[in-house]
Design a protein. Structure first.
Length: 149
């Protein structure tokens, strides 16, 4: 009976040590997955806005909600601004840095002379992961870990 109890204590101790070693790795994994997911959401929203602009033949705006991009965003219907083509919820615990709203012209190109860029950062514990969503002036978005050109 005592031998079984000693074995149980040893096994629990080993499991505890392995868990203590693995937890920081999981924090990095979780932060990375959240950042990738948020970057994908912004990327898909940019692609949708571009597609709607070319399909409708009018300017379409991907606009941040009140309080910034981390509070969500929407694609505004150019024919009726009270109806949204897309309404995305907030990104809790994210830091989103970006330029102003993104306006796609009917050609699919970005309006203005500067390329829009988004930086999404998630922090979980001591791990912090950043993804960058860049848009070239032709309107094509892409995601990368390095900062936008």
């Amino acid at each position: 009976m005592v031998d079984a109890l000693v074995e149980l204590v040893v096994v629990v101790t080993i499991i505890g040590l392995l868990a203590a070693i693995a937890v920081p790795s999981f924090a990095t994994l979780i932060a990375g997955q959240r950042a990738s997911s948020a970057a994908s959401d912004i990327y898909l929203s940019l692609m949708t806005a571009r597609s709607e602009a070319t399909k409708r033949g009018v300017n379409v705006t991907l606009a941040q909600k009140t309080g910034g991009w981390k509070n969500g965003w929407e694609i505004i219907n150019p024919a009726d601004s009270t109806k949204k083509l897309l309404d995305h919820d907030a990104l809790p615990s994210a830091t989103v840095g970006s330029t102003a709203d993104v306006v796609y012209q009917s050609s699919g190109r970005v309006s203005g002379g500067t390329s829009p860029a988004f930086t999404v950062t998630f922090t979980t514990g001591s791990a912090s992961v950043t993804k960058n969503i860049c848009v070239d002036l032709s309107g094509r978005p892409f995601v990368q870990t390095a900062s936008c050109p």
